[in-house]
Structures are given as structure tokens and as C-alpha cells.
Design a protein around this ligand. Structure first.
Ligand SMILES: [Zn+2]
Length: 424
């Protein structure tokens, strides 16, 4: 095991909401009653030379995470078998992971922002504004919304119907079925298949990839996003335990993902350690043979020993990055006349921005879409509606909602308003 923290001691790494605790207890009682059945598996590479890393996940659900000494693949074994997995997704998964059984609009909007990021990432490998896209395991389908708006013809499939309903309200074409069922009922071939935080949940990688291969058009691309093992210093508070969750059967860095995709006939196009990666259906993919065990084992050991130090570093870096943006904004603002620029947004980000920048005299007001705020002030600046006065420039003062706000106001660019985004 990585350390004592990973033993099966009933202590959750996350603070669980009541609904999550109930879901966890339900899971444990299904196991105790023998209704949930487990299966042991070999590594994807065929080896049985394994080492145990952990005996529980972040919810304190007992699950054994192994690393293969022959190739470095990290995976769960024993794990729930197919029947029990289906039951788990139908009844407990969302309650345990989200603490709610149905999607809300916030969840959908998060997916839309994610879709924007994916679209940007794919912009240099897909044809602009045309082609067909399939997302497997689409949840509420929000990722497809920006792709659909950009001109792609999109379909989403997922097994959870309540989440699909949310996306259907936004006009998306979403089906409650597996990718295999879609393959059996459609003749359509897709230019792009998206698997966003889905691949790590698969039980039978070979079967799933064969189905995807049959659904892809010639030269079709497969976009895969999974949490990256080598990205843990930037995510999950640098804590492998906080990252472990019983629904993830496989864990990857980029090399492990390339290895398994290569084995099943996909060649690598591009990727990073986040992990985001693009693969192409290929008749001559080259299987890789290098063993990731030494580097992954060393990475996880280092993470476990220096976790607290990394957490501190990360929060210092985040603070530094945001101050860097504000300094750049000062420079941009210095070129404008006094009282000629509006800020858009009245949240915490604006509070921070106003307390940091030195060029506040260039600002004349703050725009808010919320009528209840109009007439109030923030940092001595009046809060107004967008329509009231047309400024020379608008600074979008938000990190998380920058894309959404940009889409709302970018029509003003044609009337000569400069729109300033702080985040790339
Ligand atoms: Zn292996």
C-alpha cells in the first residue's frame, strides 16, 4: 500500500452529505447481502504481477487499487461485475458522487463550459463547423451544446434518463441507450466520438473500443478525457486518496492511455497529461511496450510524502496567476481615457479586481444582468444594465463564466466596443 491512509478503515477522505452517506450505506449493505458481486481481473497487458496501492476510495468504499509491475497500468481488482455495475449506476452512482439524483441547471452550465474547452482543444484537428459528433456517456449533454451551436450535428447517449431530460429541454438530441444499442439501430458513422470522463469507467475496454471503432467514419477521431495520474499535483489537492473513486476501474497517465488505445487499433494524434487526448482509427497502430511502473510508482510515492507542501505551492501559484492577470489588465487599461471602460460582473472576482488594480480611474461603471442590482454601487462605481450606456470597452470580470458572458455580449464588437477577456 502507498501508506497507512489507504487501508480499509471506514474513514472517508471527503466530507459526505447526508444523501451521499445514505448511498454509501446502501452500497455496503448490497455487498453484505451478496447482491453486489465482484470479479478479479488480470491487467490489460495480461500480467498478474500486481502490487496493491489502496484498499478503499475517497468515500471509504472498500475497493482494491492495483498497479501492474509489468506495464504500470493502475486498475481495480476485484471490481463489481457487469450486472452489479449496471445496478450501481442505475441506483447509487449519482447520489454517491453528486449527492443528487437529478441534474440541475448549474450542472448543465458546467458541462457547457467544459464543451467550450473541448471545442478549443479540438480546433486544430477537426474540420471547422461541420461533421457529426457522438458523445458516449453524455450525462445532461451540456458538452454538446457549444459544438451544436458551432455547426456540428450532435448526438448524445447515456444510460441515465433523468440527466438526459435536462439536455433535451435545451433542444439536444439525446438517447437513453448504450453505444452498442446505438450501433445496432443506426447506420450513421461519426466524424468525432467524445468520451469525457467515461473511459476510466469501462469494464471491458476491448469491447467498448470495438463498438466505437464501428461507429466512427473513415479517418474519424476519438477524443478521450480522463483524470491524469501525472496531473495530481494540480488536482484533487495533490491527494491520490481524494482522487480514488470506486466507479473508476482504470487509471491513466498519457503513456498508459496510448498503450491501451494502440493495442486496440487506434493511433495517437495529440494529448497531454491532464489527460486530454485525440486518437485516430488506424490499421497500423504501433503498440508501445515501455513499462510505466517505475515512473508512476515514484510519482505516487513523492505525492504521498510531499502532499502538504504541494497543496501550499498550488494555492500560492493560483494567487500569483490571478495577480498577473490584473497587472496585465492595468497595462491594457492605461491606454484608455478616464471613465471610458465598463466591467461586466459583480461577483467576488470583481471585488478582488477592484482591490488590486491601479487604473481604476479608467472605469466608469459595472454592468450586471441582475435588475435587482441596478442603482447600487460597488467600489464607488454605479451598477447598470448593459443597454444603458455603450462604453469604449468592456472587461469581463469572471474566470468561470468568461465564455458565457462573452457569448452574451460579443454582438457589441460590431458597434466598435472592445471586449477584454482576462483568461485565455
Ligand atoms: Zn500490465
Amino acid at each position: 500500500m502507498l501508506s497507512e491512509r489507504f487501508k480499509n478503515d471506514n474513514v472517508a477522505r471527503l466530507t459526505l452529505k447526508e444523501a451521499q452517506l445514505a448511498a454509501r450505506n446502501e452500497y455496503l449493505s448490497q455487498v453484505a447481502l451478496g447482491k453486489y458481486q465482484f470479479e478479479s481481473v488480470l491487467c490489460e497487458c495480461g500480467s498478474n504481477d500486481l502490487e496493491i496501492l489502496a484498499k478503499k476510495d475517497r468515500y471509504a468504499i472498500p475497493i482494491t487499487t492495483q498497479i501492474c509491475k509489468s506495464c504500470g497500468q493502475v486498475f481495480s481488482s476485484p471490481r463489481l461485475n457487469q450486472t452489479s455495475t449496471s445496478d450501481f449506476y442505475a441506483n447509487l452512482y449519482r447520489k454517491l458522487y453528486v449527492g443528487a439524483a437529478a441534474a440541475d441547471e448549474q450542472f448543465f452550465n458546467r458541462q457547457v463550459r467544459h464543451g467550450n474547452r473541448i471545442l478549443r482543444y479540438l480546433s486544430d484537428v477537426i474540420k471547422p463547423n461541420r461533421g457529426s459528433v457522438l458523445e458516449i456517456g453524455c450525462g445532461a449533454g451540456g458538452i454538446l451544446k457549444p459544438l451544436e451551436e458551432a455547426g456540428y450535428s450532435c448526438i448524445g447517449v447515456d444510460l441515465g434518463d433523468t440527466y438526459l431530460d435536462m439536455g433535451r429541454q435545451f433542444g439536444l438530441t439525446l438517447h437513453c441507450m448504450s453505444s452498442q444499442q446505438l450501433y445496432e439501430t443506426t447506420k450513421e458513422k461519426f466524424n468525432l466520438v467524445i468520451l469525457s470522463h467515461v473511459f476510466e469507467h469501462f469494464l471491458d475496454i476491448e469491447k467498448e473500443l470495438n463498438t466505437i471503432s464501428s461507429l466512427l467514419a473513415k479517418n474519424g477521431l476519438l477524443y478521450i478525457e480522463v483524470p491524469g495520474l501525472f496531473n495530481l499535483r494540480n488536482t484533487y489537492d495533490s491527494d491520490f486518496l481524494k482522487y480514488l473513486q470506486n466507479a473508476h476501474n482504470y487509471h491513466f497517465n498519457l503513456a498508459l492511455l496510448k498503450r491501451v488505445l494502440g493495442k486496440y487499433g487506434f493511433s495517437f494524434v495529440k494529448g497531454n497529461e491532464n489527460v486530454q487526448a485525440v486518437f485516430k482509427k488506424s490499421d497500423n497502430s504501433v503498440p508501445c511496450t515501455d513499462n510505466q511502473y517505475p515512473s508512476i510508482r515514484a510519482y505516487l510515492d513523492d505525492l504521498e510524502s510531499n502532499r502538504e507542501c504541494y497543496v501550499k505551492q498550488q494555492s500560492e501559484n493560483a494567487e500569483l496567476a490571478i495577480r498577473q492577470r490584473f497587472s496585465e489588465l492595468d497595462l491594457t487599461l492605461s491606454a484608455f481615457p478616464d471613465k471610458s471602460v465598463s466591467l461586466y460582473g459583480t461577483g467576488l472576482h470583481t471585488k478582488q479586481l477592484l482591490s488590486y488594480i491601479t487604473q481604476a480611474k479608467k472605469l466608469k461603471n459595472i454592468i450586471s444582468p441582475d435588475a435587482a442590482e441596478h442603482g447600487n454601487t460597488m467600489g464607488n462605481l454605479p451598477i447598470i444594465a448593459l443597454e444603458e450606456q455603450i462604453p469604449k470597452a468592456i472587461v469581463i470580470s469572471s474566470n468561470s463564466y468568461q465564455e458565457t458572458i462573452f457569448r452574451r455580449i460579443n454582438h457589441l464588437e460590431s458597434s466598435g466596443v472592445e471586449i477584454i477577456c482576462l483568461y485565455k
